[in-house]
Design a binder for this molecule. Structure first.
Ligand code: GDP
Ligand code: MG
Length: 164
């Protein structure tokens, strides 16, 4: 079976946009409303000759009473549990949030390799100062990407490749 790579993070950081960019099709629904992807969506991917299954998840809100957000978190947990590598996606526009820390803790509990990625770095070159906050997650050097523009996705795939 192909290894599984799951895209996780809180709602609205751009997981579905990244998923669609990486698989080259618009399979996943991208929405301005947080939490539009409710279920897991799988698609085959290949990078430098290595094949894997990419999984989009609905997003994780650790502390919520909302029934739909709870269901999304359950789905995301299943994706995390079955994944060989997880991509933790965060959002440059929002900066580092408490929820990012909570999602990182969920991922660290699995003991599986994590690639930390900061999305919405829309301008290429030196990242803004706030980018360096993401080092505080303790997951190593964050990879700056713009899922919408496609910047940095090659670096991200290279990092995933090394962990497969
Ligand atoms: P998800 O909830 O994590 O799956 O997030 P979506 O992929 O649905 O995206 C949420 C919002 O962020 C949408 O309005 C996207 O157009 C926007 N978005 C996604 N990637 C980028 C990016 O690289 N730059 C900017 N500026 N916006 C983005
Ligand atoms: Mg989504």
């Amino acid at each position: 079976a192909k290894p599984i790579v799951a895209v996780v993070g809180r709602p609205n950081v751009g997981k579905s946009t990244l998923f669609n960019k990486l698989i080259g099709q618009r399979l996943s629904i991208v929405e301005d409303t947080p939490g539009v992807t409710r279920d897991r969506i799988y698609a085959p991917c290949e990078w430098r000759g290595k094949q894997f299954m990419l999984v989009d998840t609905g997003g994780i809100e650790p502390k919520t009473d909302d029934v739909i957000l709870k269901q999304m978190r359950r789905q995301a947990q299943i994706a995390i549990d079955t994944a060989d590598v997880t991509i933790l996606l965060t959002d440059m526009k929002d900066g580092l949030t408490a929820t990012d820390h909570e999602v990182a803790d969920m991922l660290l509990k699995t003991g599986k390799p994590i690639v930390l990625c900061v999305n919405k770095c829309d301008s290429v070159g030196e990242p803004p100062l706030e980018f360096y906050e993401f080092y505080n997650l303790g997951l190593g050097e964050p990879i700056q990407i713009s899922a919408a523009h496609g910047h940095g996705t090659g670096d991200l795939l290279d990092a995933v490749f090394d962990l497969l």
